[in-house]
Design a protein around this ligand. Structure first.
Ligand SMILES: O=C(O)CCC(=O)C(=O)O
Length: 229
């Protein structure tokens, strides 16, 4: 965790039952490491704006790790999808422990399986990019989603599992923040209605260039829980 010298101390908060926001979860060194990894992965995984079956094109550019996602399924057919490194799986497990300390419902895993994400989506938000409210429903496992934010700040909107409308909670996510949603909030609608351009910490530019934008990484377990596991 980073301690801002003169900044505002932000406390962990609940976005819903089993949905946790932990500000400043990553140190600057951890963020730099993750950003450099994202830049390396992007060089081979060719991020792209996904066209949804309804014809709309997402403004975010996305690539996958582990298993390849395309609307609305995961597959193992894309040779350009980099594997998920062990250190990132370990980071997801540590993140779940942090989230469980705030709300144990966030980290409930089916069948007691230790969290082993087999897919990650890396979203690159350039100027003006947003993500509409949606549910993460293409995973066959009820395991929580672990989300890391890097670069520019954004408004993250978190609703309920029932529908896209209100009530929802808006929270500002900064570089280094963690969000975990599981248990009763695993299927909650969520999205990113706004990214605050040029709010990334200045050192992000050393890794990502003049306009780093926002980078989000979500780790997911996509396969069904193993029987008796
Ligand atoms: O960018 C974010 O914080 C959210 C990403 C997201 O909702 C998703 O990948 O499904």
């Amino acid at each position: 965790m980073t301690e801002p010298l003169f900044g505002v101390h932000r406390e962990p908060s609940l976005l819903g039952p089993g949905a946790v926001h932990v500000p400043d979860w990553m140190s600057r060194e951890q963020q730099e490491y993750l950003l450099r990894a994202c830049a390396d992965w992007a060089a081979v995984a060719a991020p792209r704006s996904i066209v949804l079956p309804g014809g709309g094109r997402m403004s975010v550019r996305t690539f996958s790790l582990g298993r390849h996602w395309s609307p609305y399924r995961y597959d193992d057919d894309d040779a350009a999808t980099p594997p998920i490194p062990d250190w990132l799986v370990r980071a997801a497990r540590t993140a779940l422990t942090s989230a469980a300390a705030v709300d144990p419902r966030s980290a409930v895993l089916d069948g007691g399986d230790p969290c082993t994400p087999d897919a990650a989506l890396v979203n690159l938000y350039g100027r003006g990019a947003t993500m509409g409210l949606h549910q993460d429903r293409d995973e066959a496992s009820p395991a929580p989603v672990v989300s890391f934010s890097l670069g520019d700040a954004c408004t993250f909107r978190f609703g309920t599992p029932e529908h896209r409308g209100r009530p929802y909670t808006d929270v500002r996510l900064e570089s280094g923040d963690l969000v975990v949603f599981g248990g009763p909030s695993r299927m909650a609608f969520h999205g990113v209605p706004k990214v605050f351009d040029s709010t990334a910490p200045s050192w992000c530019r050393e890794v990502l260039g003049a306009e780093p934008g926002r980078v989000n990484i979500t780790l997911r377990m996509t396969r069904p829980p193993t029987l008796g596991g």
